[in-house]
Design a protein around this ligand. Structure first.
Ligand SMILES: Nc1nc2c(ncn2[C@@H]2O[C@H](COP(=O)(O)OP(=O)(O)O)[C@@H](O)[C@H]2O)c(=O)[nH]1
Ligand SMILES: [Mg+2]
Ligand SMILES: [Zn+2]
Ligand SMILES: [Zn+2]
Length: 214
C-alpha cells in the first residue's frame, strides 16, 4: 500500500475523493456495500453472519470484509460461513478509511458478490468521520453497553439511518430498557429506523433486512 503524503488538513478531503472512487467502482460492478459500525463486541460479526444466511436463502450472493486493528478472527468466521472475504488490519488506526478499503476492493472477487458487508473497527467515534464509499451505513449497538450509547455519540447516530439495537435477549438481565435507546435515537435522527435484534438467536433479522431495503 502506498503512503498518502498530505498535511492533516487535506486528509479528510482526500478520503472523500477516495470514498467517491470506491462508490463508483462498487456501483460499476453492481455491488451494494454496507458499512457496519459499532462498538467492540456489540455483535457486528454475528449480525452480518445472520443477515448473510438469510440473503443467500433469497439467492443474493454475499461477501464480507473484516476491519480489525489486528488478527484474523472475524475473517475466519466469514470464511467458515463460506463467504468470499478479506481482512483489513489497520495497525495503529481505530477506524477503516476509504484508502485502505480501496486497496482491499482491488483484490476482492467483486464479481462473486451482490452485497458486501464491510465490518468497521469497533468504536462509535472516528468511523463517523471516514466515509468508505458504501451505499448504506448500519450501526450495531447492544443493550449490554448500557442505555446511554446514543446520547454519548450523537454524531454517529444523527448521520446513520439504520440502527440495530442488539442483544435484546439480555435486556432484562442487565435491566436496560431498549425503548429508551430507541427514543434517544429518534431525538437525534427523526427519520432513522431502529430495529431490535438478537443476533445470537436470529431474532429481528427479517425486519432489519426489510429496513435495509431487501
Ligand atoms: N446473547 C447475545 N449474544 C450475542 C448477540 N450478538 C452477539 N452476541 C455475542 O457477543 C459476542 C461478540 O459478538 P461479535 O459478533 O463478535 O461482536 P463484534 O465485535 O461487534 O463483531 C459473541 O460472543 C457473540 O456470540 C446477541 O444478540 N445476544
Ligand atoms: Mg467482529
Ligand atoms: Zn494506496
Ligand atoms: Zn479511528
Amino acid at each position: 500500500m502506498h503512503e498518502i503524503k498530505t498535511g492533516f488538513g487535506d486528509i479528510l478531503k482526500r478520503q472523500l475523493e477516495l470514498a467517491e472512487r470506491n462508490y463508483e467502482l462498487l456501483s460499476d460492478r453492481g455491488v451494494r456495500a454496507i458499512n457496519v459500525m459499532g462498538a467492540i463486541g456489540s455483535g457486528k460479526t454475528a449480525l452480518i453472519l445472520q443477515l448473510a444466511e438469510r440473503l443467500q436463502a433469497k439467492g443474493i450472493r454475499v461477501g464480507a470484509i473484516a476491519g480489525d486493528v489486528a488478527g484474523d478472527d472475524d475473517l475466519k468466521r466469514f470464511q467458515a460461513a463460506g463467504l468470499p472475504s478479506a481482512v483489513i488490519n489497520t495497525g495503529d488506526d481505530c477506524h477503516l478509511d476509504a484508502h485502505r478499503v480501496g486497496h482491499a476492493l482491488k483484490d476482492f472477487p467483486l464479481s462473486a458478490v451482490d452485497v458486501l458487508f464491510i465490518e468497521n473497527v469497533g468504536n462509535l467515534v472516528c468511523p463517523a468521520d471516514f466515509p468508505l464509499g458504501t451505499e448504506q451505513d448500519l450501526v450495531v449497538i447492544s443493550v449490554t453497553e448500557g442505555d446511554d450509547m446514543v446520547r454519548k455519540h450523537p454524531k454517529m447516530f444523527a448521520q446513520t439511518d439504520v440502527v440495530a439495537i442488539n442483544k435484546i435477549d439480555l435486556a432484562e438481565i442487565i435491566e436496560v430498557d431498549p425503548q429508551r435507546i430507541v427514543e434517544d435515537y429518534r431525538r437525534v435522527n427523526p427519520h432513522g429506523r431502529a430495529v431490535l435484534t438478537d443476533a445470537k438467536h436470529g431474532r429481528g433479522m427479517e425486519e432489519l433486512l426489510s429496513v435495509l431495503g431487501f
